[in-house]
Write a protein that binds this ligand. Sequence first.
Ligand code: DX5
Ligand code: ZN
Length: 219
Amino acid sequence: MSNTKIAPSLLAADFGNLQRDVEMVNLSLADWHHIDIMDGVFVPNISFGMPVLKNIAKHATKTLDVHLMIVDPDRYINTFADLGATNLTVHYEACPHLHRTLQAIKAAGMKAGVALNPHTTINHLEDIIADIDIVCIMSVNPGFGGQSFIENTYTKVSALKALITSKNAKTLIEIDGGVTDKNAKALVEAGADILVAGSFVFKSNDPTTTIKNLKKSIA
Ligand code: DX5
Ligand code: ZN
């Protein structure tokens, strides 16, 4: 029996009813709240920043999984810790001193995540995997919700799983982008531990039931 986690991405929520949508996740079978912060520089889109996260944190009762799509994330590590982030994920492509960044995230009391863009291969993590709590494999190009899943992701999940096993690491594998009931099961079979789902959950008629069915489909 898999204990794969589901992390609805609030990027696809109704921002006019954010409290309602956060509370829906609280009461659902979802495990984490996935929160996408975009700066318009690292990715060609701006989502929301600290004041909105502060309000999400006020209502959220589950793990706050914060995904930073920003340049130079080191500047804000302590800010995100103060705002209540449980996990802080930075992009491999945005961190020239990744080892230092991960240590700073952990020193601030959070789990340290590293996200990989679709073009970044798993072997870049060979010398750092044991220091990473979560690797987030981007299965779309970061910046927008509602894009189609990139099929090469399965190969990457298997390669990452093999790397984790070979180094005896405890790293979790998260998949972000285009996750639906069509690919969830295969992703779990390849080794995924956490599935992020934005549009599939929030654009459905009944998000609570969608989460329940997605969870059931991978159990
Ligand atoms: C994309 C974000 C994702 C996004 C996923 O840049 O990191 O978390 O919200 O949305 P869907 O599930 O709609 O692809
Ligand atoms: Zn994300």
